[in-house]
Design a protein around this ligand. Structure first.
Ligand code: MG
Length: 159
């Protein structure tokens, strides 16, 4: 059995009057994330971690932000596509560990629902997904609530 680790990172701008999609669910928030798709920064980082582990480029390579098919797209579509791509190369996900960095809203009450949304797509149990959140201590673009970022690490094994 071969194993491969992958790292993903993503950033999105925050603005009022737009929804905040994180980890495949809608989070009540005064500010939402701006992007070509639904701007789910956690799923985008997860996709990049999976693609990175499989040596299959990155999310922007496969789902161009110039492509109208992906305008306002549910990012779970990207994750399903990424899973199909790596599965066709003989890989499966073992576990995923993700960190969101944002000042507010509090993410803790939503983590179980995010795991429930992501686990069936990743083909793993909710106990194999870790989602953590931290603030940026008021510093920089995250501290000013101008943006949000996410990092993800994923382990793949060959089937
Ligand atoms: Mg993104």
């Amino acid at each position: 059995m071969k194993i491969r680790v992958g790292l993903g990172f993503d950033v999105h701008e925050l603005k009022s009057g737009t929804p905040l999609h994180l980890g495949g669910i809608l989070i009540p928030s005064d500010l939402g994330a701006v992007g070509h798709s639904d701007a789910d920064v956690l799923i985008h980082a997860l996709c990049d971690a999976i693609l990175g582990a499989a040596g299959m480029r990155d999310i922007g390579h496969h789902f161009s932000n110039k492509d109208d098919r992906w305008r306002n797209a549910d990012s779970k579509i990207f994750l399903r596509e990424v899973m199909a791509m790596i599965s066709s190369k003989g890989w499966k996900v073992e576990n995923a560990d993700c960190t969101l960095v944002l000042e507010s809203p509090k993410i803790n009450p939503h983590i179980d629902q995010m795991k429930a949304a992501l686990a069936p797509i990743l083909g793993i149990s909710e106990s194999d997904i870790s989602i953590k959140a931290t603030t940026n201590e008021g510093l920089g673009y995250v501290g000013r609530r101008e943006g949000i970022n996410a990092t993800s690490v994923v382990l793949l094994s060959s089937k």
